[in-house]
Design a protein around this ligand. Structure first.
Ligand code: CDP
Length: 239
């Protein structure tokens, strides 16, 4: 079945009225789950994501323990009601396993794991409603949940995606744009020194588009980081 590609940009405006380098509205709240050591709830456009963090606690089963450092476990899951597409029937699918893996690797690079030998840190990312960019939104929320748990980190990462439609680079693709654009590049950054912690690419970008895309992500990062810090700050002010 072939479906016609929708027009994603008309007179410099996107299907949801945004400019090319405009983020969707983002709201982040830290410390909302009573039983987790750290937590965050994030709304990013129509994405709704809850993150719970546990640990550091003794790694289980024992054979997974690393005597030198803590291990990170991460589970990204989409609730069965989170989109119109079919999923959630029989546990994690291939996509969820991939997103869990790349997210785990982001946090392995910023948590001070060597301080907690033999322990594990668990990150549970539950996508309650999805509309494109959930891996970026999940990483952004998980960073806030980890920081709110007090787990020591070198930095608080954020993530966002950049895509391309024809000549146009687009910041923060929604699902329609994600599914029909020519390229989609999620990127996670440690803002203190702009280390890239995740970079994936669906489609292709030229060298110049890649460089411009990274600049767009870094600029958007200033706003995302401010929201993350405000969420963490207001959690501590409430306590
Ligand atoms: O969410 P993200 O952009 O990181 O991942 P994706 O694999 O590029 O998926 C894009 C979007 O498609 C998701 O955010 C969901 O809205 C939707 N999707 C879905 O509804 N069901 C799936 N099994 C996979 C994706």
């Amino acid at each position: 079945m072939t479906t016609e590609k929708p027009q994603l940009v008309t007179n410099g405006k996107r299907v949801d009225g945004r400019g090319l380098d405009e983020l969707r509205p983002i709201k982040i709240e830290a410390g909302i789950l009573k039983n987790a050591d750290g937590s965050a709830y994030l709304e990013w456009g129509s994405n709704k994501i809850m993150v719970g963090v546990y640990g550091p606690r003794e790694a289980f089963p024992k054979h997974v323990q690393d005597p030198e450092r803590a291990i990170v476990k991460c589970r990204y899951a989409m609730a069965p009601f989170s989109s119109l597409e079919e999923h959630g029937r029989s546990g994690p699918n291939r996509r969820a396993v991939e997103i869990s893996k790349v997210t785990k690797e982001v946090f392995e690079n910023v948590i001070l794991l060597e301080r907690f030998p033999g322990c594990e840190i668990d990150i549970f990312i539950e996508v309650l409603q999805s509309d494109g960019g959930t891996r970026a939104a999940g990483i952004t929320a998980a960073a806030v949940a980890l920081a709110s748990s007090g787990i020591p980190m070198r930095d608080i990462p954020y993530a966002v995606s950049v895509g391309k439609d024809g000549e146009n680079l687009l910041l923060d693709l929604n699902k329609l744009e994600d599914n029909t654009s020519d390229a989609d590049m999620p990127i996670a950054i440690a803002p203190r020194n702009n280390d890239v912690l995740l970079l994936q690419m669906d489609g292709t970008l030229t060298k110049d588009e890649f460089a411009r895309g990274v600049s767009m992500a870094l600029k958007a990062g200033e706003h995302i980081v401010a929201l993350q810090r405000a969420a963490i700050g207001s959690k501590y002010r409430k306590e």
